[in-house]
Design a protein around this ligand. Structure first.
Ligand SMILES: C[S@@+](CC[C@H](N)C(=O)[O-])C[C@H]1O[C@@H](n2cnc3c(N)ncnc32)[C@H](O)[C@@H]1O
Length: 273
């Protein structure tokens, strides 16, 4: 079966397109006031993965989904919305889970790492929840789906620049900004960090040890005096070494969840280059 997320406005056009591809029998699920998810199975046994690849290339938020049984139950379990402390929730746009009662909902289409389930993403979202006060300018390095920047905006940040080395991540972050009505506040770019000529109140980088070490001088220099840097994707044993690479920032928080650690490091108000 395939599942395709859309809006009420685009529902009729999507259904026409799916029928033209030989998916005659369609079920429309309404998981929220605004989200529509269309479910269907190709009548002619056509390969669903190929169909999804084609639909995604056309810009559709399409995924494959198990039809029934234990695989479908597992899929429902694994695609449940992720709730962060009653202020933020993250849900895949193509999920059929009921969104009512979810606070601060961010929806994500397919593409780009970051659904809110991985511990590294969760650690930086928790840091945002405790530290964002409102009005911050945020740099999201290695944005993947754009999840960190979108969460920051949802809880009060003023604007986000999101960078990634992968074109598909830039596309995903741009579309996710659009479906969450945040395109005017999130700029996604493939630019080198060295070409971003600005400093930010908050810099986030969930890019693993090697990426953090490689980009350490740029990460440090992009933090405004009085601002902070959050890094994730490192093991507990790598933390001290990473702190050394990121001097003169000062470690102010360390989170560990199983094999993953994250660090928050602050830049002094009095910092001068
Ligand atoms: C683990 S994912 C993190 C995605 C998302 N920020 C999150 O926290 O879930 C790492 C992302 O960083 C990107 N990346 C890796 N090295 C990078 C670099 N040097 N500059 C920019 N992006 C990078 C990868 O393409 C990938 O999308």
């Amino acid at each position: 079966m395939i599942a395709v997320a859309t809006s009420e406005d685009e529902l009729a056009g999507l259904c026409d397109r799916l029928r033209s591809l030989g998916i005659g029998s369609l079920e429309v699920v309404k998981p929220s006031d605004t989200r529509r998810v269309v479910l269907g199975t190709p009548d002619d046994g056509r390969n669903e993965v190929d169909l999804v690849v084609m639909l995604q290339a056309e810009g559709a938020m399409a995924v494959t989904r198990p039809d029934s049984g234990a695989a479908l139950q597992a899929w429902f379990r694994d695609t449940r919305p992720v709730v962060f402390g009653g202020r933020l929730s993250v849900c895949q746009a193509w999920s059929t889970h009921d969104r009512s009662g979810l606070s601060g909902l961010i929806e994500l289409g397919p593409g780009g790492f970051g659904s809110g389930r991985h511990p590294t993403t969760r650690q930086l979202i928790q840091a945002l929840l405790t530290r964002i006060e409102g009005g911050e300018r945020v740099l999201d390095v290695g944005c993947g789906s754009g999840i960190l920047g979108l969460c920051a905006l949802k809880i009060g940040a003023a604007g986000v620049v999101a960078v990634d080395v992968k074109p598909e991540a830039i596309q995903a972050a741009q579309r996710n900004a659009q479906i969450n009505a945040m395109s005017d506040r999130l700029q996604a770019t493939a630019a080198d960090l060295g070409d971003i000529d600005a400093t930010f109140d908050v810099v986030l980088a969930n890019i693993a040890r090697a990426g953090i070490v490689e980009l350490a001088p740029e990460l440090v220099s992009r933090v405004s005096p009085g601002g902070w840097l959050g890094v994730a994707g490192i093991s507990p044993s790598q933390c001290s070494q990473i702190v050394d690479f990121l001097r003169p920032l000062e470690e102010i928080e360390r989170r560990t969840s199983g094999e993953w650690s994250s660090l928050i490091l602050a830049k002094a108000e009095s910092w001068a280059p």
